[in-house]
Design a protein around this ligand. Structure first.
Ligand code: GTP
Ligand code: MG
Length: 208
């Protein structure tokens, strides 16, 4: 897809702040510090659009980026980082769940971002449970692959695939790097397809 425009639209901490003008949502979720905001910047080709940080818990609101005046990239606060104060963690859960519930009908693709160096955590599995229960089209994106050797990458792929096989879910995992840009073209294909299908099919993407 050609990006003709993209802008930071709004940071929302409560329902009333969420933008509701026409369009679909592509929602980025995953553990804190995994690289969601970096991935958004790389996909849009704008460094620094979404704020990133080497310390977990950077994104503390739900941040909306409006692309081509047509759809939102929604950057969720990351879950599951022990060092984030308990009070903040407690406020994130309803914030994340609220957005997912309120905007369910607009969400055309869930991008579940995980660290390619680690197998999916229990919280990732819980997120996947929700995604599957909602029959949301999704893609699991294993990022930071630039930190892996060829052999480690192969092992990581096997670990991820076996995690899926256990769940009875097939494929649909992409390996990417926001650092090098690897895998961006492929991820855009999923995003394009989901936007094209908007309103037509809500079936879970099983990969190909
Ligand atoms: P929260 O907002 O806390 O949920 O984190 P996040 O998931 O948005 O992560 P963020 O994009 O802020 O990245 C966290 C750290 O990982 C930063 O130091 C990034 O530079 C680094 N990072 C993100 N993606 C990559 C990648 O593909 N390769 C490498 N080497 N580093 C990455
Ligand atoms: Mg972030």
């Amino acid at each position: 897809m050609r990006i003709t425009s993209c802008r930071f639209e709004r940071a929302a901490a409560r329902a009333a702040d969420e933008p509701i003008f026409p369009g679909a949502d592509i929602i980025f979720m995953g553990r804190s510090n995994v690289g969601k905001s970096s991935l958004i910047n790389r996909l849009l080709g704008v460094k620094g659009l979404a704020r990133t940080s080497s310390s977990p818990g950077r994104t503390q609101t739900v941040n909306f980026y409006y692309v081509n005046d047509r759809f939102f990239f929604v950057d969720l606060p990351g879950y599951g980082w022990a060092r984030v104060p308990e009070a903040i963690r407690r406020s994130w859960k309803p914030m994340i769940e609220g957005v997912l519930e309120r905007r369910r009908d607009r969400i055309v693709l869930g991008v579940l971002v995980i660290d390619a160096r680690h197998p999916p955590s229990e919280l990732d599995q819980a997120m996947l449970d929700w995604i599957e229960a909602e029959a949301l089209t999704y893609v699991v994106v294993a990022t930071k692959t630039d930190k892996l050797s060829g052999n480690e990458k192969r092992k990581s792929r096997e670990a991820l695939e076996s995690a899926y096989l256990k769940r009875g879910v097939h494929g649909a995992a992409l390996f990417v790097s926001a650092e090098t840009g690897d895998g961006m073209r492929e991820l855009w294909r999923y995003i394009d397809a989901a936007l094209t299908e908007k309103g037509c099919s809500r079936a879970v993407r099983r990969g190909s």
